[in-house]
Each structure stands twice: as C-alpha cells, then as structure tokens.
Ligand binder design. Sequence first.
Ligand SMILES: [Zn+2]
Length: 155
Amino acid sequence: MISNNELYLTTNEAVTFDPNYRYKAPMPLFEIRKVKGSQITYFTNSSIIASSIQFNEQLLIKIIGNELSCRSGYDDNYRCGFFKGVFEKQQINNIICYVIQNYIICQVCDYPEIEMYVKKGCIKQNCKSCGKKRYVKNELEITKIYQIIVNHLNK
Ligand SMILES: [Zn+2]
C-alpha cells in the first residue's frame, strides 16, 4: 500500500501512522526516455525496490511487463528494468502493490517474511516470522502472474 510517499509492505492501514514501522520501501521511480524513435518507460530504481521487498528483480520486471502486455527486460546500460511503451506510474505501482499483497505478505501475521516454493505444482508460502506454511490463495492459480512465479521457482 502506498502512503506518505512510501511503499508499505502491509495490508493494515493503521501501521501507516506508525513512524517506526520497519517494513517499507521507497517509492518506485519511473522515467520515460526516447530510444531509437520509441518511447520506453524505465523503472529506474527497480534494483532497490526488488531488494527492499525481497523479491527477484528479473521476476518482478517480467510480471509487470506481462501485466502491461508489452516487451520488458533489464537494461544493462541504465541498470534497471524497462517496459516498451509509455505507462502511468500509478498503473505500474498497482501491479507492484498487487504482488506485495498476494505473494510477499504473510496471510496470517501480515509481515513480509515469506519464502515461496512450489509443492505439487502450487505455490506455498513459508513465513519466517510466524512460522505458518500456507498455499497462496487458490483463486490466484488461474492468473498469469501465478504461472510466471511457478515457472521461475521451478527453474
Ligand atoms: Zn506470518
């Protein structure tokens, strides 16, 4: 959730009033640049965001690119993710928040201390904070994001 110009890793709105809440990340930053005649949206701090939410950077870029239905990848010169086309930051932030809410935050204790792995083809979450092991909500299994994460974890 986005509040006070920061990305909070929680579903509990009350913690956004707690100045000492530690599970937060800086705001994702984007910049549109014209490269060889085409407009490209660069996710300029993708490395910082991925490490703050403890999520694989390439995987995050791939998920966002897939949701935006555009070509995406990692730009070695700028050392960040990119999406071919012009996109609103709000649109990308919504995807990031969706990933955080469903895959990074524990459904039991609400802390972002999840370790994901695949069991019998399904994504299971092991929470390092409260110790609960659970499958990701099964209504998510039909989504493309779910499949992308399964493929990544199976690599
Ligand atoms: Zn937990």
